[in-house]
Ligand binder design. Structure first.
Ligand SMILES: *Cc1c(COP(=O)(O)O)cnc(C)c1O
Length: 434
């Protein structure tokens, strides 16, 4: 399978090139040249398959031309060492819990899959050089990528994060690991971290000195595997006899997660329509209303993993629907919620249903309450465990949130990080000395 750039000015790439380059040379995003539909038989018996079995069929449609089945199976099965159950919240609203991985947020699957795919390519080529993954984070991405790549031979990860701007729990998830993970604590804000990473990718001298790649959701190996979630959610709803008129609501920031779900729909997944739930960063919501895509600076919210002012995967969605606004609106509705609405939703859902949402999942739940029509059943993604946002959530419900054992383990480790200023010259000098 070849991959083209959404900007249309870069040569076609192989899967391996697309995964190692991250972004295309013309700054566009890589898209697979074809989307392979899954056969009717697969959907007929999907409710009898495990998460891993389902995912392997989907992975085969994406990557089967490029990776032999036994290797692909090893990548998929090793990635999916945890479940993503559908849990009833009330009436016709179900939560798809995507937080049962090692860092308790949905990015674990993409990060683990990408790490294993890079590891596979490296082994296949007998490559003994080191691949350096740079990732800027406001919290969740860094922990998922660091844990996903931990101990993978031949890969070193640098996590750049803004000093004092991530929660203690999040920080502990990427600063206590050691081994092939280096945390870089930048004296600045998230945008400064992102600028350092972007500058590093564009710096000729640095790229001659070392192999650099990105692990943000622009990478096809990180965003496409998230489609596994949606096929398995459908399978679980089918088991419950509730798979007709299914609406899926995805709390969205960079739109990688929902974009993978839209690929699923193009492959035949019988989801009636989607709802993209935004926090106050409503660029996509506005696009649906007006047809105009107008990126702007992000605003800070309590659902901070969705504080994105220029969603990188918009280009993919636009391309997937042939740049047709009406076609996009036919498949996707939009919602947007302020912090006070999110707080209300968390409190109300907890009081009424005994189900504790995190601030991101709250946008998803509310999106269904507001958007479901007669006869529809809704599934929303609960993208993080509420304990990851302990302080925010406890203040809302006026109660303690228990920290799962896995998170507690991270907090016991010793923080190790490299202090860095926000100017590129010092970051570059540091990398050159590594
Ligand atoms: C990253 C993240 C999101 C947004 O996902 P996108 O793929 O960027 O749209 C939502 N919730 C949580 C908890 C996240 O970490």
């Amino acid at each position: 399978m070849r991959y083209y750039s959404t900007n249309g000015k870069a040569p076609l790439a192989t899967l391996q090139e697309a995964v190692t380059q991250g972004l295309a040379a013309d700054k566009g995003l890589f898209m697979p040249e074809r989307i392979v539909p899954l056969p009717d038989d697969f959907f007929k018996q999907i409710d009898k398959l495990s998460f891993q079995e389902t995912a392997l069929q989907v992975a085969n449609a994406f990557f089967g031309e490029d990776i032999p089945e036994t290797d692909l199976k090893a990548i998929v099965y090793d990635t999916l060492q945890f479940d993503c159950p559908v849990v009833k919240v009330k009436d016709n609203i179900y939560s798809l819990e995507l937080f049962h991985g090692p860092t308790l947020a949905f990015k674990d699957v993409g990060a683990r899959f990408m790490a294993r795919m890079l590891g596979y390519f490296r082994k296949k080529d007998n490559n003994t050089g080191l691949v350096n993954v740079l990732v800027a984070t406001s919290g969740d991405t860094g922990s998922a990528v660091a844990n996903g790549f931990l101990g993978v031979p031949g890969i070193h990860v640098y996590v750049l994060y803004p000093k004092g701007k991530v929660s203690k729990i999040q920080e502990s998830q990427f600063t206590t690991l050691g081994r092939n993970i280096t945390a870089v604590e930048v004296d600045g804000v998230f945008d400064d971290c992102q600028a350092l990473v972007k500058n590093a990718f564009m710096d000729k001298e640095l790229n001659e000195h070392m192999t650099l790649t990105s692990a943000n959701s622009i990478n096809v190996a990180r965003f496409l595997p998230q489609a596994f979630y949606y096929f398995y959610a459908y399978a679980q709803m089918k088991r419950l006899g509730l798979a007709d008129n299914l609406v899926v609501c995805v709390p969205s920031g960079n739109f990688g997660n929902i974009c993978s779900a839209l690929f699923g729909k193009k492959m035949g997944l019988p989801v009636k329509r989607f709802i993209a739930a935004n926090n106050a960063n409503d660029i996509f919501y506005k696009f649906l209303q007006t047809g105009q895509y107008e990126p702007k600076a992000s605003v800070q919210t309590i659902a901070n993993a969705m504080d994105v002012g220029n969603p990188s995967n918009f280009a993919r969605i636009f391309d997937l629907y042939g740049k047709d606004h009406a076609a996009i609106c036919a498949d996707i509705d939009g919602m947007t919620y302020t912090d006070s609405q999110i707080r209300n939703t968390v409190a109300r859902c907890y009081a009424e249903n005994g189900y504790l949402l995190d601030p991101h999942g709250a946008c998803g739940y509310q999106g269904l309450e507001d958007g479901l029509r007669e006869g529809e059943t809704g599934v929303f993604c609960e993208t993080a465990h509420p304990a990851k946002f302990k302080n925010v959530v406890e203040a809302i419900i006026n109660d303690q949130v228990e920290i799962p054992a896995r998170l507690g383990e991270f907090m016991k480790g010793t923080k190790q990080s490299v202090p860095m200023t926000k100017d590129f010259a010092s970051f570059k000098a540091y990398l050159l000395s590594e």
